[in-house]
Design a protein around this ligand. Sequence first.
Ligand SMILES: Nc1ncnc2c1ncn2[C@@H]1O[C@H](COP(=O)(O)OP(=O)(O)OP(=O)(O)O)[C@@H](O)[C@H]1O
Ligand SMILES: [Mg+2]
Length: 330
Amino acid sequence: MTDVIDAHDLRKQFASRGGPIEAVRGVSFAVSEGEIFGFLGPNGAGKTTTLRMLTTLLPIDSGSATVAGLDVAREPENVRKRIGYVSQLGGADDLATGRENLQLQGRLYGRENDYVAARVDELLTLLDLSSFADRRVKTYSGGQRRRLDVGLGIVHGPEVLFLDEPTTGLDPQNRANLWEHLRRLRERGTTILLTTHYLEEADALCDRVMIIDHGEIVAEGSPRELKREVVGDSVVLRVAEEGDGHERARALLTTAPFVSSVTQADDDQLRCYVEDGASALPELLRLLDSQRVGLRSISLSEPTLDDVFLAKTGRSLRDGGPAAREEVTA
Ligand SMILES: Nc1ncnc2c1ncn2[C@@H]1O[C@H](COP(=O)(O)OP(=O)(O)OP(=O)(O)O)[C@@H](O)[C@H]1O
Ligand SMILES: [Mg+2]
């Protein structure tokens, strides 16, 4: 497969009062045609800065990148013609209607009126915007507005679409709806690079993910590969509320040879990592039973991308970031 995006050792530094900020510190990766590739990382990780360099909006300090086979630094004009970009803030004019916004954008790309009118109709259908296309954008819901933003990014039929946090602020239902639309675009052959701090989004939507922290890549691969590589399965258990059961369970699990680590999970739950959940579960139950530690519940779960982030950085992505406050179950 051809690489549609190829980045080599990208670096970017910003001057600030407290001294230089190394926003991007040697980022290399490649994205194949027709992939949805996600940058996952906490606030300030360098996601937007990397995206802005790839989309020619910010000069590259050092390193190099090609997009659609064109060198970003040497042929910015040509790169711009082949890509779409939807910023973190979106770009629709509130006082115009959705249709007018799309028409204007199409004409900005220098397309003739007939082409633009047909293309706008196609996009309104593709993104489920038809029923309110002639209403002013200021009356749109968050999800409707974000779909329009995506439409604005693809009016000119780009090969590569860059989306900066396409679903931030959307509720789980709207988020899942936008994922469906992005999958449809991928089916039509568009390569998509997006940033997110939602673990669930990276997991559900992206073919491959790059986890970025403090300007550096800490992990890269398909969600499944990443999870398999870093940790085994996790078992979450809640001890019956009697005496010091919780503490005793923790001590027992910590010393059990088949448990690699034990951490405190939400509301009095213990989470332990084991290599193979299916075989560890009966052993775990036997161990706790032999010491008369009663359980209220026990569940086995596959690792999440947060487990990967935790293993690579020692911190949880859920701490503090928006992902900590919003959960997605779609
Ligand atoms: N124009 C700028 N001038 C100075 N510092 C900047 C500038 N743009 C970004 N930074 C700094 O570079 C670092 C990376 O910022 P960036 O916007 O790339 O992060 P991000 O991963 O997109 O974060 P978020 O999830 O909050 O959008 C941050 O420390 C940020 O404050
Ligand atoms: Mg950003």
